[in-house]
Design a protein around this ligand. Structure first.
Ligand code: HBI
Ligand code: FE
Length: 258
């Protein structure tokens, strides 16, 4: 479609400083908070604080590990294109970096979110198997806004805000948390509401985009995600048959009772 490229030579000293500040701050905080697969992925992709990742190098490493590739996009893209890319093992990523005065919040994912937080897990074969399969379920129902909303909830509470149990400790794998300094601390704190991974409840309730999640779902392993695909598929058919709707989203309540 756009066939955009990362113009690596156009990054400025400010961009490199922003990457370094965010990278140093998050890696210090995530050492004993992030999933092992994420930390291993950082190493496999050879990310450092010294330079902004060059997508040509990242793509070479990804093609050697899971065969996924990066697709440069300007920012948030429409759902149909998003899921089409994921179903073809292509991960959409922006190439621009937030400014120093936006370190803690920006309304749209920048490259630090898309690259630092999402790409390391693209080296884990169970995780990408899930990502591709989830996208294929979304494409089956792509013209049904309610269906895309329900899949979006599953995506949100796994790929963006998911937690995982690792040797008796809870660790972070959701990119929305991994790129957030404050939520990386909050989600493992006493105040956070952590629950066992459950597809039905995730599909029933809406989620917040602009503040900490009111609940986090914890998987036991990445295999739990790929193993959940048949249940997600069935639950989608069940929900879409039960909820009277004409394919548009505005006719349906924010929360469902499946
Ligand atoms: N586009 N580039 C980009 N990145 C996302 O994470 C993204 C998107 N479009 C839609 C979207 N996420 C969510 O609505 C998914 O649930 C579909
Ligand atoms: Fe994201």
């Amino acid at each position: 479609m756009y066939n955009l490229q990362q113009h690596y030579e156009e990054y400025t000293a400010d961009d490199r400083e922003v990457w370094k500040v965010l990278y140093d701050r998050q890696t210090a905080l995530l050492q004993n908070r992030a999933s092992t697969a994420f930390l291993n992925g950082l190493e496999k992709l050879q990310f450092t604080n010294r330079s902004i990742p060059d997508f040509r190098r990242v793509n070479n490493i990804l093609s050697e590990t899971t065969g996924w590739q990066i697709e440069v996009v300007p920012g948030l893209i429409e759902d149909a294109r998003f899921f089409d890319l994921l179903s073809n093992k292509r991960f959409p990523s922006s190439t621009w970096l937030r400014k120093m005065n936006q370190l803690d919040y920006l309304e749209e994912p920048d490259m630090f979110h898309d690259c630092f937080a999402h790409m390391p897990l693209l080296t884990d074969s169970f995780f990408v198997t899930y990502l591709e399969a989830l996208a294929k379920i979304a494409l089956k129902h792509i013209n049904d806004a309610l269906a895309v909303e329900l899949i979006g909830r599953i995506y949100w509470f796994t790929v963006e805000f998911g937690l995982i149990k690792e040797s008796d400790a809870v660790r972070i794998y959701g990119a929305g948390i991994l790129s957030s300094n404050s939520e990386s601390s909050f989600c493992l704190s006493e105040q956070a509401n952590r629950k066992a991974f459950q597809i039905k409840e995730i599909m029933e309730k809406h989620y917040y985009k602009d503040h900490f999640q009111d609940r986090y779902y914890v998987i036991e392993s990445y295999k739990d995600l790929s193993n959940a695909i048949p249940e997600i598929d069935q639950m989608m058919e069940y929900a879409l048959a039960r909820i009277p709707h004409d394919g548009s989203i505005n006719a349906t309540p924010l929360d469902l009772n499946l």
